[in-house]
Design a protein around this ligand. Structure first.
Ligand code: BGC
Length: 813
């Protein structure tokens, strides 16, 4: 473990949240206060997220009396999180694996080997501050001869080999040894160790799925994937190794037998554009439909230290829902454990074609002692797995539909193991929701997509079909939604506190604002680390001008991010998104984020730029560690839990990146070309669930283009779908720094004017280029110009931003 004091910074004297909250002390960069329960909560979450993939000969939990020889330099230089804004947190301490093992009573670690690694790592230190985007994906391994390994096997019965990987923002995982693949040194270490030792346990410390075909090649007794677990990583892994926390994590993405088997392979990483040819067949939806034989470890899979029986299954159905009850019993005799029941729907192919399984509900037991049971309830609503007809094949173009046929309900402990427990018959096609075409593929970018059809022998076959392309003229749609202006009153002395206290209407406050004030609300304070917020913040918005602050509009501080509060001061480093999702425990994720909100309040963050919730489309995406899953339901539920936790006391969460931000390569320019159906069923669906369940106060757009339009100009996504269809009422902000463009339908609008017309409220951090400390003037120039932006649009944005600020303004403010 390191503590900040050991790294030269003094442990700060701040020990009480009260002192801080009352403003009696200010945080210095050496202060190490975090909420009291935070360490334990991080540790529990990281442990629950560890996925046990293999456990033979009862290798785990570790037998307390055995001596363990620990191999792999990552035991020291543990990867606790990935890189970039989702990882760059300064924790007050961090547990690596070897210190956590040595710290645990009752475990014997082979000291000779541990010291050899410690000395070698000290002589070959890892770069503590690599340049942005050049971070190491792994560290060179300590060379170790076969004789030394054999000698260690004389001293210890169990070998623990640790393999470590990291990827991050602006840094994809690569199809190379040392990244997606093992290095020669790692292979030879595994080969020699597994040959020499009676028992070999492998811990994979990673944020991304990596190649795991080697788990079949060597004589390994146990393999666990420990998703980067934040500052408590080491202790959490030891909790699982010893059984203090029984293994219970479940995979949130499919692990295929090789990279080439993923349906996105060949259509990922293109610098200019990527065609999402796999369409809705992402992850297990693809494998279970077309290629089950190429799966190494299925979605939802994970072993326990005990065995569970699932029985007394009852399914009560009505026209479009099924409620499944089942009893889970720990039928083992030695160890406690927790099980995750997963309900999938197998929809009839109809004319649209459907994935053979779609997750529709899940529920996790508490920790059950041997012999103990728990009854679980899973509610499946078919409308949640309706298909979106973007081609009009059912006669209902732009509608979510349930085609006629038998909808089977499957229950199991992973996608592959799930079996049919009931069915709902839909007699004739039902239109679940009539929507309108939005964000469709441009005609000039047409491509073929994968579709499933029923073959002559009744089995499912893969086919290709042309993706439907856009037909709706955007200009008319935008014009139809232009808001009327509120008549201006000039300053009549209403403060935002008056609005908070119910003494004035928000519109009356807005009516007072002049052009400069309205403009100031549509952007941040221009720069990261704004002087208006705590040191190291990501930027400030809201009261970015003196005159706004004089009217009671506070400046809100934004901070990254998903792994903890990114500030200059020390803050808790949380388990990564994939680790949290692997717990399949939204309540725990909500509790953890509620603690994070307490920390935000103390440290001066109003808006946390979290959760990261893009779909893990391809295992190489550098930021997958921040994201939750390849599945939109699990993603949406985890994101909603995060948002509820963060927002429980008036602070704001900012789900990101809306939408289809699925790669880091040339992320500010590449175009995600994706059918409207795949958008709605996969890439937008998690956001939709999150908005419906948790009402986030803000949302962040993505860097990339979606079917030719940058996220920060996307009227269809932001105004038509997010606000219009889902009823989102918060503020939409951009990802940091924008690409200049002219509105194709309103040539008088460029840059900020184009953005505001699209319904994207706040340009963050406010300037157009990193080095600037000012805007580009496009907004107010447009307000004065013919066919320019209208006062009503500026006032609409002001309303969205002020509503957000109001959640932080006391009623007597
Ligand atoms: C990232 C966002 C992050 C923002 C502020 C961007 O580079 O894509 O996720 O919140 O920076 O740090």
């Amino acid at each position: 473990m390191f503590r900040v004091s050991e790294r030269g910074a003094g442990i700060g004297d701040v020990t009480s949240a009260d002192q801080l909250a009352q403003g009696r002390v200010r945080l210095r960069s050496s202060d190490t206060w975090i909420p009291e329960a935070m360490g334990e909560a991080c540790r529990r979450a990281a442990a629950e997220g560890v996925v046990l993939l293999k456990n033979e000969n009862a290798a785990l939990p570790l037998d307390g009396s055995a001596t363990i020889a620990v191999f792999g330099r990552v035991q020291q230089d543990y990867f606790a999180v990935g890189y970039g804004s989702g990882g760059d947190v300064r924790p007050p301490y961090q547990w690596n694996l070897i210190d956590a093992l040595r710290d645990r009573d009752g475990l014997q670690v082979d000291a000779e080997l541990a010291e050899r690694y410690a000395a070698w790592c000290a002589e070959h230190p890892v770069d503590p501050e690599p340049e942005w985007g050049t971070w190491p994906r792994s560290h060179p391994e300590m060379p170790l001869g076969a004789e030394e390994i054999a000698a260690a096997a004389e001293r210890a019965g169990t070998a623990l080999v640790v393999v470590g990987r990291a990827a991050g923002e602006a840094r994809e995982q690569a199809l190379e040894p040392g990244s997606f693949y093992l290095t020669e040194d790692e292979r030879s270490l595994l080969a020699h160790v597994s040959e020499a030792f009676e028992r070999t346990v492998v811990v994979v410390d990673t944020g991304n799925v990596i190649d795991l075909a080697w788990t079949r090649e060597h004589d390994l007794d146990a393999v666990l994937v420990a998703w980067q677990g934040g500052m408590e990583s080491g202790r959490a892994v030891v909790d699982v190794l010893t059984g203090a926390v029984p293994a219970q994590g479940r995979l949130t993405a499919t692990i295929a037998e090789s990279y080439a088997r993923y349906p996105s392979a060949g259509h990922f990483g293109g610098p200019d554009a990527n065609e999402y040819v796999e369409d809705v067949y992402v992850g297990y939806r693809y494998f279970e439909t077309f290629a089950p034989e190429h799966v190494l470890f299925p979605f939802g899979f994970g072993l326990s230290y005990t065995t569970f029986a699932v029985d007394d299954v009852s399914v009560v159905t009505d026209a479009t829902t099924a409620v499944v009850h089942a009893t889970v019993t720990n039928v083992g005799s030695e160890h406690a454990g927790a099980e995750v029941l997963q309900a999938y729907v197998r929809a009839p192919h109809g004319v649209l074609g459907r994935p053979r399984r779609q997750l529709a509900a899940f529920a996790k037991t508490r920790e059950l002692a041997p012999g103990e049971s728990q009854r679980l309830v899973l509610r499946v609503a078919l409308e949640d797995v309706a298909a979106y007809d973007d081609a009009g094949a059912t006669g209902h173009r732009s509608a979510s539909v349930l085609e006629a046929g038998r909808y089977e309900i499957l229950l199991g402990t992973d996608v592959r193991a799930a079996s049919v427990v009931g069915a709902v018959e839909i007699e004739s096609l039902q239109v679940v929701r009539r929507l309108s075409e939005a964000a469709a593929v441009r005609p000039e970018h047409a491509f073929d997509r994968l579709v499933a059809r029923t073959g002559d022998d009744g089995t499912t076959v893969a086919d290709k079909a042309a993706v439907p392309t856009a037909t709706v003229p955007r200009r008319e749609r935008v014009l139809a939604g232009l808001p009327a202006a509120i008549a201006r009153t000039g300053d009549v002395g209403i403060t935002l506190g008056d609005v908070a206290g119910g003494r004035a209407e928000l519109d009356a406050f807005v009516a007072q604002l002049d052009d400069d004030e309205l403009e100031a609300l549509t952007r941040g304070d221009f720069t990261m680390d704004s002087a208006l917020g705590a040191a190291g913040n990501a930027g400030a918005l809201g009261g970015t001008s003196r005159s706004l602050r004089d009217k009671g509009v506070r400046a809100l501080t934004t901070t990254d991010g998903p792994a903890g509060i990114r500030l200059a001061t020390h803050t808790a480093l949380l388990p990564c998104g994939t680790a949290l999702a692997s717990t399949w425990n939204p309540e725990l994720v909500e509790r953890l984020n509620a603690l994070l909100a307490d920390e935000m309040a103390v440290k001066g963050s109003d808006v946390l730029l979290s959760p990261g919730m893009n779909i893990q489309r391809d295992p190489l995406c550098g930021r997958n560690f921040e994201y939750f899953s390849e599945d939109p339901l699990l993603t949406g539920r985890m994101a909603a839990a995060t948002v509820r936790g963060i927002q429980h006391a008036g602070l704001a969460a900012c789900p990101k990146h809306f939408a289809a931000n699925n790669q880091e390569t040339n992320r500010e320019y590449n175009d995600s070309r994706v059918s409207e159906r795949a958008l709605r069923e996969i890439y937008l669906r998690g956001f939709e669930i999150c908005v419906a369940e948790a009402a986030p106060r803000t949302v962040m757009t993505s860097y990339n283009k979606i079917n030719g339009v940058w996220g920060h100009y996307h009227h269809d996504l932001v105004t038509t779908v997010l606000r219009g269809e889902w009823g989102f009422t918060g503020a939409v902000m951009t990802d940091w720094w924008l690409r200049e463009a002219v509105d194709p339908d309103f040539p008088a609008l460029t840059n900020d004017a184009y953005r505001v017309r699209a319904g994207v409220d706040v340009n963050m951090p406010g300037a157009w280029r990193r080095e600037d400390r000012h805007g580009d003037g496009s907004l107010l120039a447009s307000l004065a110009a013919p066919e320019g932006i209208t006062l009503g649009e500026l006032q609409r944005t002001a309303r969205h931003v002020l509503r957000l600020v109001l959640s932080r303004v006391p009623a007597d403010g």
